[in-house]
Design a protein around this ligand. Structure first.
Ligand code: KG4
Ligand code: ZN
Length: 375
């Protein structure tokens, strides 16, 4: 099957074409024919995503991003045209409503014009299933989903079968990176900036708090961490100015603390998962794979830490390639392919959803399917 996937839920205008299928035994296999991501630059001056600017920028870019994705796919598969697609998938939530409307309208118009099935996809499901596209991973797995608007640990047992084991009770992890970068004057998006600044830093110079450490359920709390960085920076400023080395040390210490927090929460989540008889019956002695997804999954310190953790737990970790960690159309196309293979499609009355949790049974929490980080 070939699908076009469109993503406009936050500050990336993205479109991709994939070719793949899910075998009758559930084994996934997919190939990316094109994956075009245009990251909006206009938010940098504001230190976060401004919804109105994002929506306008999506309107300006969406046509050319989709056409470029189609043209590139046609190089891979000669003469690929809209009519050769099996369906069109688009992020229909959660996210910023203005951006979601732009993507949805574009997808509906194309589906109508070319008489193609159309699917509205949960953006978080796109992240959650990326490892099936990138690595052909079978269900079940334990997923750490960390992005600008979300931080959750989910047990993924099948398509649409998500159990949230933990979630943030305040800031999302990407948001903590973005706010830390902003207060240190490092610009937006903050994650890559903090990671770069930390390269020359001493991760042991500062000790920051690790809220909820050892506690069950394995929830996250990151707002205190950002405050601790602010206070420490304030202390340093009292004795003069903040040197580049100070900033590097603050960033390195922040990242080290983040990695330790995530590791602690994942170990608790792993323990919870291991207690489930239904999961043990499916695993039949095989270890439960770990997966990390979302924009923050691009962080090398976190990836290295989690790879070592997986070793200690006696399992493997799937870390998607960097271009599939942040928002992209390929993950939406893949989730669409899985849903379409399961017989789903939507009619044109489908509306965008600002909030759309993956695990509908879990109680409402802040990082549980809400819109991306906003200023
Ligand atoms: O998944 P994503 O592209 O968009 C959302 O759905 O939110 O994630 C964006 C987030 C931003 O907060 C950004 O700072 C963070 O991911 N991020 C990183 C890195 N690259 C992006 N955080 C830490 N380290 C990185 N290398
Ligand atoms: Zn995302």
């Amino acid at each position: 099957m070939r699908l076009l996937g469109i993503e406009t839920s936050c500050d990336e205008t993205a479109a991709a074409v994939i070719d793949g299928h899910v075998a009758s035994d559930g084994t996934p296999s997919g190939r990316i024919l094109s994956n075009i991501v245009l990251s909006q630059k206009d938010h940098a001056a504001f230190g976060g995503v401004v919804p109105e600017i994002a929506a306008r920028a999506h309107v300006m870019a969406i046509d050319s991003v989709i056409m470029t994705a189609m043209k590139q796919a046609a190089i891979e598969q000669a003469d690929l045209e809209f009519t050769a697609l099996d369906a069109i998938a688009v992020s229909s939530g959660p996210g910023l409503i203005g951006g979601l409307i732009v993507g949805l309208m574009g997808a509906k118009a194309l589906a109508l014009a070319h008489d193609l099935p159309f699917l509205g996809i949960n953006h978080l499901e796109g992240h959650a299933l990326t490892a099936r596209l990138s690595d052909g991973l079978a269900y079940p797995y334990l997923l750490l989903l960390v992005s600008g608007g979300h931080s959750q640990i989910l047990l993924v047992s099948g398509l649409g079968r998500y159990d949230r084991l933990g979630s943030t009770i305040d800031d999302a992890l990407g948001e903590a990176f973005d706010k830390t970068a902003k207060l240190l004057g490092l610009g937006y998006p903050g994650g890559p900036a903090v990671e770069r600044a930390a390269l020359g830093g001493d991760a042991d110079r500062f000790r920051f708090p690790m809220p909820l450490r050892g506690k069950m359920p394995p929830n996250f709390s990151f707002s205190g961490l950002k405050t601790a960085v602010r206070q420490q920076a304030g202390e340093l400023l009292k004795s003069g100015h903040l040197s580049d080395q100070d900033v590097a040390d603050l960033c390195a210490s922040f990242q080290k603390t983040v990695a330790a927090i995530v590791e602690d929460r994942l170990i608790r989540a792993w323990e919870l998962a291991m207690q489930r008889a239904d999961l043990q019956a499916v695993l039949m002695g095989q270890p439960l794979p770990l997966v990390v997804a979302g924009g923050v999954a691009a962080n090398m310190v976190l990836r290295t830490h989690l790879t070592q953790l997986a070793d200690r737990l006696g399992t493997r970790i799937v870390t998607p390639p960097l271009n599939l960690c942040g928002d992209n159309g390929a993950m939406i196309a893949w989730a669409g392919l899985e849903r379409f293979s399961a017989g789903e499609s939507h009619d044109f009355s489908l509306a965008p959803r600002a909030r759309w949790p993956l695990d509908m049974k879990a109680p409402t929490m802040i990082g549980h399917g809400r819109a991306g980080a906003k200023v």
